[in-house]
Design a protein around this ligand. Sequence first.
Ligand code: ZN
Length: 880
Amino acid sequence: MLAIALSMDGAARDAAALELVMTFDESVRYVDAYGVDRTHELPPIVEAAKSIWEDIIEDEQTLNISYGWRDLPSGIYGAFAGAITFDTHVAAGRPRSWFIDPTPFDHSEFDFSTGQRLLNDAGFDPTWVAGYAPETLEIGYVGRPTAADQPVDLLTVALHEIGHWLGVNRFSAYDINPQFVGGRLMTLSGDGGHLPIDAALMSAAVGSYRKLPSAADVFAAASNSLWTRIDLPRKEFLGRNGAASMWTDATEWAGGQVPGRRDSAYLRHGGQVRLAPQFTEWQQVADLIVRDGTELLIESNGQLKVLSDPSATNSHGSVDINQGAKLRLRGDRDQRPVLQAESLQISGGSQLELEGGVFAIGRRLAIDASFAARHSVQATSVISGYGTARVGSEFVSGGLIEARSSAAPQLLEFLADASLTEWRFLTHVVDGSQAGQVVASQGDVRFTGGLTASSAGRLLAEHGRSISFATAELHNDGEVIIRDAGSFIFASHIANTGAIRLRNEGRVLTGRFHNSGVLEGSGQVLFSESFANEGVVRAVPAATLTLAAAGRRALWDLDGGNRLSMWTAATGGRLRLVAPAAVDVQFAPLQGSIRIADRAAVELLMPLQFDLQLASSGHIAIQGPAASLAAPLATLRLGTDAAPSDAEPAQLVVDRGLCEVESIIVGSHLEQGGAGVLQLDGGVVAALGRLEIRSTGAVRGAGEVRADVINAGMIELAPAGGPLRIGGSYEQRDDGVLAVRFARGASRPPLEIVGAARLGGELHVTFDSWPVVGQSYRLLDFASLQGGFRRIVIQEKVGVQFLPAAGVLVITAVAPEPNGAASAAVGFAALVVRRRRPRTVATLRKQAQTHPRDEVERIALRVAGEGSTTRPACVKYAGI
Ligand SMILES: [Zn+2]
C-alpha cells in the first residue's frame, strides 16, 4: 500500500499532465533604457511561469501558444489575444523598465512571510463570492519586494497572462467545481476578464510586488476550463466532517488533494483534524501551520514529517502552532505517534500535548520565544505530557514545559542532538504570573545532552518528582524551586546568580555548585567536587539546610573571596555542612560573613580535623542565647598570617550564643599578620584544645571561654556586662596584655579563672570614676597563681599596687581632681600608651577601628612624637 501511495504521489508531481507548449517569437526586440538588448531574457521567465502553472493543474491536455515582445498601448504591461505579449515601451522612445529575475524559481527578492491573503481578511467584499464562502479561502499570495523602487515583475505578468490563457477570461462569474471546496456550491465574481480581488494574481492590477497563483485564481481557471485535478501549493483544511475530520480525506482539503511533500498545510478552521495511519506510513508536507484554536491529533502509529523541499515555494520544514491551537500526539509505548520537523514553534497560548508520543525537531524548538518582539502575550504556550522530544541545534522556551500524566508518573524527556549547545529558558509575565517555567509535578522532566542550560525563568520540581539536566551546566539567573521531596539533578555544574529555594526536603545533586545568588530553604545540596558561596546561603526558620560533600575530595569555599558573601540561619534554622569519613575536605579562608540568628545553628560536621580560617574582614556573628556554631574538629583561626596592611580584623562575635570548636587561634605571631578579634557579648566559646591569643589578636567583652587560654596578645575586659570566665587555666605571656576598666561598686572581679593562673606581661587599667586612696578593686579570681604583671599601665594620675594573693588592686596615691593638662604632677603617669612593638601608621589605623575614640587620638599623638627625645617617660607605675 505504501509503494502505491508513494508512486501516485510521485507521478502526480513529476510528470506534469498539463503540457503548455509556448513558442518564442523573437521578431520584436526589447532594448532597455540603458541600450542593452534583453530580448532573450524573456524565455526563461516564461518557462518558469509555465512550469509553475503546470505544477498546479494536473489534467492531461496539451495547449499551444506563441509569445514575444510588443510595443503595447500606453499603460498595458502584457496582453493575451491569440498570443501572449509583453510591453517594450512606456511611450515612443522610452523603453519600459522590467524586473527580470535571473533566478525566477527563487522568490527570495520578495517577502512572502505575510503574503497569504484570505477571503475574510480585512477588505473582504461580499460581492466577490456567492454561496459557500470558506473564511480561509486563499484569494492572494503576494510577496513585497525587498529592494526599493523595483520595477514591475516580469514573472508576475507572465503568470497573469498564462492565467488568462488557462481560463480566467470570463466577464461573468465562475461557478467553482464543488470538489475543490468540500462539495459545496460556490461562485466567484468575474470582472471584465479579471477577478475583482486586488490581491489575486488575476486582478487587473500590477505593481512592484510578485504574485503567485492563489487558490481563487486556480479555482477560476480550472472551473472555466473544466479541469478537475488541481494541486494547490498551499492546502487549506476545510473541516467539513467536524470532529471526525481525517487528515487523509482528500475531500477535506481545498482543491481536493491531500497535501504532499512540496505543500504547505494549513489547519485553521477551528475544529479537530485526526491523523491516524491508514494507507501510508508517513504523511509529509513542507510546512505545517495550525492556528486559531484548531487541534491536530496524531494518533497511535500516525506519523507526520514536515521537511523543507527545495523545489517548493518558500518551504522551511517548519511547524507553527499559534493562536490557541493544539497539537496532540497520543499513543501507547508500542504504537507511538511521531512528528518530525526541521523547526517547531508554539506561541499565542497554544499547546503541544504528548501522550507517549515522539517528536524530533532537526533545528529549532521554540515556545513563546518571540514574546519580546511583541507588545504582550495573551496566554502562555505549553508543552505538556510525557514522551520524548529530540532537538537539533536550538532550544528556547518562554512558555511552560510540564510533565503530566493521568496515570503513573512518566518522563518527559528532551534529548539534544550533538549540535545543541544550550537549553535556554526565558521568562516573562502573563496576567501577573510567570510564564517561563519548567514544572515536574506529576512526572519527571529530563534534558539530556547539550553543553549548558541557562534559565531566567522558573524551574519547579515537587512531590518527589525531578528536573534533571544530564551532562549540562546550569546558569540559573531565575528561580529554582524544589519542594516536597522534589529533586534537581545536574551532571556537572550549577552556577547560581538567581535564587534556588528548597522547601520541605527538596534536594539538589551536582558536581560543582557555585552560588553568587541566593541558596535557601530546607533540604539538601549534595555535591561531588566543590561548593563555593559568594552570595547568600540561608536556612529558613525551623528547618535544616544540609550541604553534603559526596566525592573523594571536597573543596569548600565558604565565600569565594567575596566579602559580601553570607551564611545565615534564621531563627530555629539549621545549616549543616557535612562530609562522610571517606572525603578529603579542604576549606578556603573566609572573607565574608556567617550570621547565626537566635535559636539557629551552623554545624560543620567533618570527618577529620581541619582549619576554618577567617581572613581579613571575615566575620562570624552568633546572635542570641540559643544560637550556635559547632565545628567540633575545626581549628578556628581568626586572622591569617599574611594580610594586607590596611586589612580589617577577622572577627568572631558571640552574642550570648555558643561557639564550639576543637581549638581557637586569635591573631598571628607575625608582624605583618592579620588582626583577629574574638568578641564575647555574654556568649560562650568552648574548645577541647585551647584558646590562643597571638600578638595581633584580641579577646574582648564578657562571657565564658571553656578552654585553657594563652594570652600573648590582648584581653580587654568589659567595664560592665559581667565578668569574663575562663573555664580552664590562664597563662599570660610576657608580651600579653590584660586591659581592664573598673566600674564603681562592681561586686565580682572582671576576670574569673577556674583553673590555675600564670601571670606575666602588662596590666592596663582605667577607671569609670575617680578613685580614692586606699580603695581596692578585685581584678581576678583563680584556683592558684604564679608570676605577676611585669608592668602596670594607668591612664589616670593614680598610684596602685597589685596584691597577687588576693587578686586585688589597691590605690596608693591619687592626684587632685584633674582640671587640665597643667595639673599633671611629677610622680604620676600623665599619659601612657603602651607600645608593644614598633607600629606602622597602617597598623595604627587598623587599631583605630578596635579602640575607643579617646585612645585612638592618643595613639595618633604618640606616633607624631615618635623619635623625639622629649617625649614624656612612663615615670611612675606601681608594680610587683
Ligand atoms: Zn489581465
